[in-house]
Design a protein around this ligand. Structure first.
Ligand SMILES: Cc1cc2nc3c(=O)[nH]c(=O)nc-3n(C[C@H](O)[C@H](O)[C@H](O)COP(=O)(O)OP(=O)(O)OC[C@H]3O[C@@H](n4cnc5c(N)ncnc54)[C@H](O)[C@@H]3O)c2cc1C
Ligand code: FES
Length: 253
């Protein structure tokens, strides 16, 4: 993990309320796994805490994240200009580790949860991916070209304006008998991950499943305990350091 001063290369709107931000690092960040994230300053000294975002792409010293506008920090980042300097801490967290023998991987992503899944698909060319991704509506849909690298792609929306009117979890369960799965990988809002856990239980699905959690964060490096989540064995885990990726049975959702 390194703390570096990055230079903003480009900020682009990619969907309703959604932006991509590419920064150039002064040196390589080293190897980055899908599901790892960075913590980035917002460019205003009055907001001390850096903001965490999944790393979407690492290309040489250029790093891209995508984000939805939420509060002051994301608005400030959407207004960053090429040449601005932003402190960044990366790579953080464990990322998705796909076992060698998992050849067929189901991807389930909802909303901003689709972003950390892009490098999983783009970085594991020896695997076959079957992707189910959900957006609020067609104007929120983005990065579809990246997901088209999947063997099979199903896009759904809450209002049916693109693809079926459905959510990503139900879309997968409607199709479960048509796709092989050695591993399920999911990232999305807590309600989506909870629905996935419940559906797996109801349908007695024993496929190994990794989920990436989103918690409010402070330091991002395991020191402040702001991001602690409950484990199924009664213990606690720090989402930033022990995660954000966990086995679905390891954590309470
Ligand atoms: C590991 C991880 C990866 C993430 N990846 C992405 C991503 O790829 N794209 C994306 O759009 N969003 C992502 N998020 C959520 C993103 O960090 C928040 O939306 C963002 O920090 C909001 O900042 P703000 O200043 O605009 O909002 P405010 O609500 O003004 O933020 C106030 C404070 O709360 C924290 N905060 C608010 N919401 C969240 C949240 N959901 N998760 C964590 N901290 C939060 C902020 O970091 C800040 O410190 C991720 C969160 C985590 C933990
Ligand atoms: S954010 Fe500080 S311990 Fe996780």
């Amino acid at each position: 993990m390194k703390e570096l001063i990055s230079t903003v290369k480009e900020v682009k709107q990619i969907a309703d309320n959604t932006y991509s931000l590419t920064v150039t690092l002064p040196e390589s960040a080293g190897e980055i796994k899908g599901g790892q994230f960075l913590n980035i300053a917002t460019g205003d000294g009055s907001r001390l805490l850096k903001r965490p975002f999944g790393i979407v792409k690492a290309d040489g010293n250029d790093i891209t994240v995508c984000f939805q506008l939420k509060g002051d920090g994301t608005v400030a980042l959407s207004e960053a200009k090429a040449g601005d300097k932003l402190a960044v801490l990366l790579p953080l967290g464990n990322g998705f580790i796909i076992p060698e023998n998992a050849k067929n991987v189901v991807i389930i992503g909802g909303g901003v949860g689709i972003f950390p899944l892009v490098p999983v698909i783009c970085g594991n060319k020896d695997k076959k991916f079957y992707s189910y991704i959900g957006f609020r509506n067609k104007n929120c849909a983005c990065l579809l070209d990246e997901f088209k690298k999947s063997e099979k792609l199903t896009v759904v929306t809450d209002d049916g304006s693109l693809g079926e009117k459905n959510n990503a979890v139900n879309a997968y369960f409607n199709d479960i008998n048509n796709v092989p799965a050695d591993l399920i990988i999911a990232c999305g809002p807590p309600v989506m991950l909870k629905a996935l856990k419940n559906k797996m239980k109801e349908n007695n699905v024993k496929t190994p499943c990794l989920v990436s959690l989103e918690e409010r964060m402070g330091c991002g490096i395991g020191a402040c305990l702001v991001c602690v989540c409950k484990k199924s064995d009664g213990g606690n885990a720090r989402v930033c350091k022990d995660g954000p990726v966990f086995d679905i049975n390891e954590v309470e959702l």
